[in-house]
Design a protein. Structure first.
Lengths: 674, 235
């Protein structure tokens, strides 16, 4: 090779390296921006977790890592049926203005893709071992999460429903099942590993707790003022399970707040101290909270004491499994019927896609004045036009299905229709049989007619057949559609007008999607002595069933008396004992009691014995049980005890058995094992 | 036999001068010229060789740079900060190769991962690739239009979810606008009758788009971003 050739080659090589270099510089430059982010993101966990979350250049500002030390937060978690939201405020300086934000919760949105979203869908997916690419299920704080939850679970589950756990929360309040036994997904084939509703709830909390720690490495959630929301209609056992789930993931200080109350707190916060101008003494505020899967009703009265306005939650409704998802489904089935009239048959995936597009179409119809919105379900294959399903959703259909179907104009005397369930009832959730929310509302207001009798300054007109609310607060994404909230107001105001009461006002300005979490965070702040607090105590009176002493009649179950053990409106942090009813309990043996509640019997005090009651007055809950341990006693010994009840600061009801001889005390457990 | 009889006596001078001697003298002269030519060319060769040896160290340095390349690679992988060092080294190379440009033009290579990710999102949430790759000639406008609505809606959702858009011109399209001296030519492109000096007055044809915030998802290491949509098999 000549010198010249050699030189040419060298020069060429030099040129190449140069290009390569440029390449590196370019890449390095890009990296530099990212390094700043990534470094911040990873400092606290680099050693433990080799996983590298690459280069999302900017995440939403509310999901940035906050490394500061010594901060204290009020955190509210809305543990919803269909999704969870976490809102928080820095209350290190309690005197500073309260300002909160909703946390973007990092979650997998598809395999290997992590995104921060304001809502964590409450779904859990039990993937098949060969279903997903290896190492694709990773979270910024865990290389191998126990469960697949969040957006990815929802999207995987939409195509493989047999592996999807949904509505775990509704199961928690489902009498007659054991919430700690692995039963979900209910319809899964045997080989799919099941989880308990309790475990699923725990997993959602765990995810949010870890996400929080990831974003606030120096302020673990367990050390913050944490408020969890539960439906007002949750029974004591379901509340207990929620708190237990929180404790199981280390959130020992979590306290409970009822969702409709949280919505009102959020409204109060958003009025920035002005709420007293919008509410007046004698107001009865009706909170209508229609979530994705449940409808929750509450009444809150405004009273005045020494010239200061007070809020008291006077009544809560029943647990109604009826929500926004039912509405979308109803629309989808309307359109499905329309398409199938032409002889076409829809496959399940098409119905599901239809539900999706109906939801969007509904929003469009409600938010604009279009007459109809075309619906298209593209083909599943890569050729999406061929075989696409086409139809349309008209304003008339939306009105007739949603407004007339879910919010019919009914008289206040109507009640929800309930027909006996078919004999082949599978072990599923007790969904509401009547979709008419207004009928449920009428029943609730009529049932609670006497809710404000004890309060000064609130009087119903002569001959009223239901409790007259003076103001309404809506919550839940459903009411983003003005047509729906207007219809509720219309119906309610008709009822009021018929009984010569003034129209109810609409309390506006609430954030319908995020209000519950925001209100919960605000409640954490209120508990520090800042701002008005809603009083209320327990929303029901509780009774234990006692067999009455009478000769046995063959073929008849022994008569049961209900003994009031906790009266209506028992405040947090109080304890009541039931002195005159003694029971002889055998040490070492499990004793079970029947357990009842009433949301209307406000006058019953502790010790009241009921021989007779009406069906709609008292409802039976799961049994309660107590096992007296042998501590200081010998097995088989009979100990005389009396019962007592306490409402904890956390917001749960505790039933206790006190020994009459010594200081012995046993906790009576809510039966979750059925 | 006396050996001296056979020795050549170089001092001898030719006593006769005939044709043979003329030929001999001529040959000697040609040989001498040839020798001188050879020597001269050798000398030239040597000189030119000296020139090339002067360049040798340069090549060596370049070679060194080649060797140092893997080191830079490692730096990049660990994503540590000494990026400035890399830049310094580059400058060295530039000097030695003596590229006349004073500031090196560094071309930023587009990050393919982010592009692939965006395609993934558009396909996954809005079936964008399916739609664009569809043979449009096979379908009527009505069919295409119906599906286009779905795609459009989905794409718009994806864009809004991951980017924040604002328009550059605050005025409406069609409005007159005056551009002062020093206007940002990257944000405003003037066209048409560009003469004289600013301020320019013209009509807004397009209000422009600008992205103020990008929110792309993170990906787990080992994620194959080339897969825009996995094949789906229903069991």
């Amino acid at each position: 090779m000549s010198f010249f050739d050699q030189m040419k080659k060298k020069a060429a090589e030099a040129g190449n390296t140069d290009e390569l270099k440029e390449d590196h510089v370019a890449k390095a430059e890009v990296k530099v921006e990212i390094v700043a982010e990534v470094e911040k993101v990873q400092t606290f966990e680099l050693k433990e977790m080799p996983l590298e979350v690459e280069a999302a250049p900017v995440i939403k500002s509310d999901s940035k890592i906050d490394n500061s030390i010594g901060k204290h937060f009020a955190v509210g978690i809305d543990l919803g049926t269909t999704h969870c939201v976490l809102s928080y405020a820095d209350i290190t300086d309690i005197e500073a203005e309260f300002s909160q934000q909703v946390m973007g919760i990092p979650q997998l949105t598809s395999p290997s893709i992590i995104e921060a979203k304001l809502q964590l869908p409450s779904f859990l997916y039990q993937a098949h071992e060969s279903e997903l690419p290896a190492n694709s299920i990773v979270l910024p704080w865990s290389e191998k999460p126990d469960f697949i939850i969040g957006e990815i679970a929802r999207s995987l589950g939409s195509k493989t429903p047999i592996r999807l756990v949904s509505s775990a929360k509704s199961w928690l309040c489902h009498a007659g099942i054991d919430c700690k036994s692995p039963i979900l997904p209910a319809d899964a084939p045997d080989e799919v590993e099941r989880v308990s509703p309790f475990e699923a709830t725990k997993a959602y909390l765990e995810h949010m707790s870890s996400a929080w720690l990831h974003l606030h490495p120096n302020a673990p959630l367990s050390e913050q003022d944490l408020v969890l929301t539960v439906p007002a209609s949750f029974d004591p056992a379901a509340r207990e399970l929620t708190v237990e789930a929180a404790r199981a993931v280390g959130l020992n200080h979590a306290i409970l707040l009822e969702e409709p109350q949280a919505a009102l707190y959020s409204w109060i916060e958003q009025t920035k101290g002005d709420w007293r101008k919008h509410a007046k003494m004698g107001d009865v505020i009706l909170v209508i909270d229609v979530g994705g899967g449940t409808t929750d009703l509450s009444l809150i009265a405004v009273t005045a004491k020494d010239g200061i306005l007070d809020l008291t939650r006077v009544a809560v409704g029943e647990h109604i499994l009826l929500g926004g998802d039912n509405m979308d489904l109803a629309l989808a089935y309307t359109v499905k019927a329309k398409i199938e009239k032409d002889g076409k048959r829809l496959e399940p995936w098409q119905v599901q896609a239809l539900t999706h597009s109906c939801r969007d179409a509904k929003e469009k119809i409600f938010s604009s004045d279009v007459i109809s919105v075309p619906l298209v379900v593209p083909n599943r294959g890569s050729s999406l036009i061929d075989g696409a399903l086409r139809s349309e959703l008209t304003r008339d259909e939306v009105n007739s299905v949603l407004v007339e179907g879910f919010l019919p104009k009914v008289s206040v005397s109507e009640r929800p229709i309930s027909r006996p369930r078919g004999g082949l009832q599978t072990k599923g959730l007790p969904y509401a049989q009547d979709a008419g929310i207004t009928r449920h509302l009428a029943a609730f207001l009529a049932k609670q007619q006497n809710a404000v009798n004890d309060l000064d300054g609130i009087d119903l007109p002569e001959g009223a057949t239901f409790l007259h609310p003076t103001a309404v607060l809506f919550n839940g994404g459903v009411f983003k559609a003005e047509a729906l909230s207007l219809r509720v107001m219309d119906v309610l105001n008709d009822w009021l007008e018929n009984e010569n009461s003034p129209e109810a006002r609409l309390l506006a300005g609430a954030d319908l999607d995020l209000a519950v979490a925001r209100g919960a965070a605000y409640y954490g702040f209120v508990r520090k002595g800042k701002g008005v607090r809603i009083k209320g105590g327990t929303a029901a009176a509780y009774y234990v069933g006692i067999e009455s002493a009478m000769p046995a009649v063959p073929g008849m179950p022994p008569e049961v008396q209900a003994l009031c053990i906790a009266p209506f409106g028992m405040e947090e942090g109080t304890q009541i004992e039931l002195p005159y009813a003694d029971f002889g309990l055998i040490i070492g043996e499990q004793v079970r009691f029947r357990f009842f509640s009433s949301t209307t019997r406000r006058e019953d005090v502790v010790g009241t014995r009921l021989d007779y009651w009406q069906d709609d007055e008292i409802s039976e809950l799961n049994e309660i049980e107590v096992t007296l341990d042998q501590d200081g006693h010998r097995s088989g010994e009979v100990v005389s005890v009396h019962l007592g009840a306490a409402v904890t600061e956390v917001g749960t009801l505790e039933l206790l058995a006190f020994s009459n001889k010594d200081n012995g005390k046993w906790k009576i457990e809510f039966d979750v094992r059925n | 036999m006396d050996i001296t009889n056979y020795m050549i006596d170089l001092t001898l001078k030719p006593t006769t001068f005939d044709l043979w001697h003329v030929c001999l003298a001529g040959t000697a002269a040609i040989l001498a010229v040839a020798l001188i030519f050879t020597l001269m060319s050798l000398l030239i060769c040597l000189v030119s060789r000296k020139d090339t040896t002067n360049k040798e160290p340069q090549i060596k340095i370049v070679e060194k740079m080649v060797q140092s390349e893997p080191v830079i690679k490692i730096v990049e992988k660990i994503v540590e900060v000494p990026v400035e060092k890399i830049v310094e080294r580059i400058v060295e190379v530039e000097k030695i190769i003596q590229i006349p440009a004073p500031a090196p033009i560094i071309l930023k290579e587009a990050n393919a991962d982010a592009a692939l990710q965006l395609l993934y999102l558009l396909q996954n949430d809005a079936r964008f690739i399916d739609f664009i790759k569809e043979d449009m000639n096979a379908y009527s406008d009505e069919d295409v239009g119906a599906v286009a609505r779905v795609i459009h809606e989905g794409c718009n959702k994806v864009l809004d979810e991951h980017f924040t858009f604002i328009s550059i011109a605050k005025e409406n399209e069609g409005d007159k606008i005056t551009l002062l001296e020093g206007f940002d030519a990257a944000k405003v492109r003037v066209t048409g009758n560009i003469v004289g000096n600013p301020p320019f007055t013209g009509t807004i044809i397009h209000k422009g788009w600008q992205i103020t915030d990008v929110r792309l998802p993170s990906t787990v290491q080992g994620y194959n971003s080339n897969v825009i949509a996995p094949a789906e098999v229903e069991l």
